[in-house]
Design a protein around this ligand. Structure first.
Ligand code: SF4
Length: 341
C-alpha cells in the first residue's frame, strides 16, 4: 500500500449558476440549453493514477509498463500510450527487473507475489479508497467472518478485492443473489462493496442481506466512494430536468455506466454513455430541448469541452452548471515517487 492524503467528503452546499447566458441566441434555439453536472470527471484516485504514470515516464523514460488499463478510459490510455506507456494484461508480459505500475483498481496479493518472483519494481497506483476496502476484507477474514462482496463479476476491482481473502469472500451481484448466497455461520457475516456501484441499488442489496442475516456486519464507513456518490447525486439532479443525458466515459468504466443508469431512473427521457462527441448520434437530438451532460470519474475534462463545442455547432449555446458539492480531495503520489530519484 502506498501513502495517501485524506479523503474527506465536502460539505459545500448546493449551488446552481448559469455560466453563459449572454451566448443565448434570439431565434428558436433560445429554449435550448445544456445542464452541466458538477462534480464530474476525474476523481482524486484517477488524478493520482494518471500522474503516477506521467511521473514514472519522466523519471525512467519509455517504455513504462502498466498492468491493465491504468484507469478505464480510452482517451487517457491512448494519450499515455502515445507517450511511451505499455499496457499489459499481466506481470508475466513485463521484462524481468523492469518497473511496472499497478492500476487504480487494485490487485490481489498474488499479483504482488508474481511480480516479486520476476524481480519487478512495482509502483502501486491502487486508489487509497480501494485499499481501504482491501483492509476491511482482510480484517473480517482474520476475524473468521464470511464476507459478502456486493459488486459486478469480472470487474478488475472486484477481482482484486476477492483476492484479499479468496476462501472467505462471496460475490453478491445484486439483490437477487442475496437469497442464494451460502455462508458457514449466519451470525458471522459481513458485507463490503465495490467502490463504484449505484448507491440506490447497493442500498437495496444490503437491505435484502440484512433481512436474511439480522446480525450482518458492515464496513466502518461507506465503501462506495465520495466521487461515485457525488457524480450520481449531480446527474440525478440534472436528469430530472433533461430530455437527453449524455455521459462521457468508456463502456468498461463501472462508475460511468452507473451514471447513465441513474440518469434514466431519475427521469431523463434517454441517457447514453459515449466515449466522445464523435460517438453522439445526431438523431438523439431530435425533439430535444434540454441536454444534461456529465462525465465519469475516469473521463478527462477535454472530452466535455469537445462535446460542448460539438453541441454549440448544433444550436446548444446556453450552459447552466448545476453544482451539488465542491470536491477538495487529493491523494499524494505513491511513496516511492515522492522520494528523490
Ligand atoms: Fe478511487 Fe473512487 Fe476514483 Fe475509484 S472512483 S479511483 S475508488 S476515488
Amino acid at each position: 500500500m502506498t501513502s495517501h492524503g485524506s479523503a474527506r467528503r465536502s460539505t459545500t452546499p448546493t449551488a446552481c449558476r448559469s455560466t453563459s447566458p449572454a451566448a443565448e441566441p434570439v431565434h428558436q434555439d433560445s429554449a435550448r440549453r445544456i445542464l452541466l453536472a458538477a462534480p464530474r470527471g476525474f476523481c482524486a484516485g484517477v488524478e493520482r493514477a494518471v500522474a503516477t504514470v506521467e511521473r514514472v515516464l519522466e523519471r525512467h523514460g519509455p517504455p513504462v509498463y502498466v498492468r491493465k488499463e491504468i484507469v478505464h478510459n480510452r482517451r487517457v490510455v491512448e494519450e499515455l500510450r502515445s507517450r511511451g506507456a505499455v499496457f499489459v494484461e499481466d506481470t508475466d508480459q513485463v521484462p524481468e527487473g523492469a518497473v511496472v505500475i499497478l492500476s487504480a483498481h487494485g490487485v490481489a496479493p498474488t499479483v504482488h507475489a508474481d511480480a516479486a518472483r520476476r524481480r519487478l519494481r512495482v509502483i502501486d497506483a491502487t486508489c487509497p479508497l480501494v485499499t481501504k476496502v482491501h483492509r476491511e476484507a482482510q480484517r473480517f477474514a482474520r476475524d473468521d467472518y464470511d464476507i459478502l462482496l456486493i459488486g459486478h463479476a469480472g470487474h478488475e476491482e472486484v477481482i482484486g478485492t476477492l483476492g484479499q481473502a479468496p476462501d472467505r469472500i462471496h460475490l453478491v451481484d445484486g439483490p437477487h443473489d442475496a437469497a442464494s448466497v451460502q455462508v458457514r455461520d449466519e451470525t458471522k457475516v459481513a458485507w463490503l462493496s465495490q467502490t463504484t456501484l449505484s448507491v440506490d441499488e447497493t442500498r437495496a442489496t444490503v437491505q435484502a442481506l440484512q433481512a436474511r442475516f439480522p446480525a450482518l456486519a458492515g464496513p466502518a464507513g461507506e465503501d462506495i466512494c465520495y466521487a461515485t456518490q457525488n457524480r450520481q447525486t449531480a446527474v440525478r439532479r440534472i436528469a430530472a430536468r433533461s430530455d437527453l443525458v449524455l455521459v462521457l466515459g468508456s463502456a468498461n468504466s463501472s462508475n460511468s455506466q452507473r451514471l447513465a443508469e441513474v440518469a434514466r431512473n431519475a427521469g431523463a427521457r434517454a441517457a447514453h454513455l459515449v466515449d466522445s462527441a464523435a460517438h453522439i448520434d445526431d438523431s438523439w437530438l431530435d425533439g430535444t430541448t434540454t441536454i444534461g451532460l456529465t462525465s465519469g470519474a475516469s473521463a478527462p475534462e477535454s472530452l466535455v469541452t469537445e462535446t460542448l463545442h460539438w453541441l454549440a455547432q448544433r444550436g446548444w449555446h446556453r450552459i447552466e452548471t448545476v453544482t451539488v458539492t465542491t470536491e477538495t480531495q487529493h491523494f499524494a503520489l505513491p511513496h516511492s515517487l515522492t522520494k528523490p530519484a
